[in-house]
Design a protein around this ligand. Structure first.
Ligand SMILES: Nc1ncnc2c1ncn2[C@@H]1O[C@H](COP(=O)(O)OP(=O)(O)OP(=O)(O)O)[C@@H](O)[C@H]1O
Ligand SMILES: [Mg+2]
Length: 310
């Protein structure tokens, strides 16, 4: 198979050589050319929404992703408006909201996948471990190794199960025992027991749920810090969905998982934090999942969660 047949968004994260890693300590970086507008009264409102997060020490780690007034346009259409939020390290952060409210757009800001969309324009800052990923010295390909992504529709390459997981390692010239890395990634993705005796089989011959776990294994093999998942179970049956949910909880011990889901029960079941986006590309509320589902601050959030609209 030629590389051209591989989905461009997948390839983008693996195709070019490794460049200088970003400096995780440079959180005082002021030499950014991205647009950072002054804080507004709306920030004070948001502070209320995130207050629970800052005081809850039981479930959250340090902030790993900090979005500061991120806005995104596709040509003249604004898809996100001033998104400010802090995602804690490890655990699961869910993003919910009606179709078209900008959830996928926000995920793509975190690993700069929007760079691949010609019409997209991003303003604001998105810090990963304190470093703005939109700084000119950040290599998006290196970034996408730190921030892996899993999509709604499982998208294995038409290659063997082994090669699906090892593909990125070879392209990036990763040292080490690839057999071991592949096995570990498949184990972490809860797929090893089902495929260990048929690693040479084509990844496309697996079931949908297995294919999705294969894609998760592929993302893990790159040794990321963050895993972005855009409705990773919505194309799967209930049994496969339940396996993916268990896996996500398991993975969140080691990785920061940010998941978009339309399934409220799923968000309530597996996430520690929930961000509610509503029409207009606005982040209306972000808090502990339990608070969002049991006692949200905003009527619009309550209406959405209880199915009154959306
Ligand atoms: N590639 C694109 N080109 C132009 N407009 C886009 C593109 N992707 C998204 N949009 C627009 O940006 C807005 C937000 O879209 P996005 O896909 O982020 O929403 P979403 O919340 O993920 O929706 P869904 O739940 O249906 O997946 C929508 O109005 C959409 O039409
Ligand atoms: Mg989407």
């Amino acid at each position: 198979m030629s590389d051209e047949t591989i989905a461009s968004d997948e390839l983008a994260s693996t195709e070019s050589e490794i460049s200088t890693e970003t400096d995780p300590d440079s959180d005082t970086d002021t030499d950014t050319d991205s647009t950072m507008v002054n804080h507004t009264a709306r920030d004070d409102e948001r502070a209320t929404a995130t207050a629970g997060f800052e005081t809850d020490e039981s479930t959250v780690g340090e902030t790993i992703i900090e979005s500061r007034e991120i806005s995104v346009w596709y040509d003249d259409n604004q898809a996100l408006t001033d998104i400010t939020m802090q995602v804690p390290e490890h655990g699961v952060t869910a993003m919910i909201g009606p179709s078209g409210c900008g959830k996928s757009t926000f995920l793509r800001c975190i690993n700069r996948m929007n760079d691949l969309i010609d019409a997209a324009r991003v303003e604001g800052e998105l810090a990963l471990a304190g470093k703005n990923v939109y700084d000119p010295d950040v290599d998006p390909v290196a970034l996408r190794r730190r921030v892996g992504m899993v999509f709604q529709k499982p998208n294995p390459f038409p290659k063997s199960i082994y090669d699906n997981v090892a593909y990125g390692l070879e392209i990036q010239g990763v040292d080490g025992d690839h057999d071991e890395i592949v096995e570990n990634a498949l184990r972490k993705a809860a797929l090893w027991d089902e495929v260990s005796d048929r690693l040479d089989e084509n990844g496309l011959e697996l079931s949908g749920g297995q294919q999705q776990r294969l894609c998760i294994a592929r993302a893990i093999a790159a040794d990321p810090e963050v895993l972005l998942m855009d409705e990773p179970a919505s194309a799967l049956d209930p049994v496969a969905t339940s396996k993916i949910e268990d896996l996500i909880e398991e993975l969140s011990q080691e990785y920061t998982v940010v998941i978009v889901t339309h399934n409220m029960q799923q968000a309530a079941r597996i996430s520690d934090k929930t961000a509610v986006f509503l029409t207009g590309g606005e982040l209306v509320e972000f808090d502990d999942t339990q608070k969002i589902f049991e006692n949200p601050e905003h009527q619009r959030v309550e209406d959405y969660i209880t199915g009154k609209f959306g």
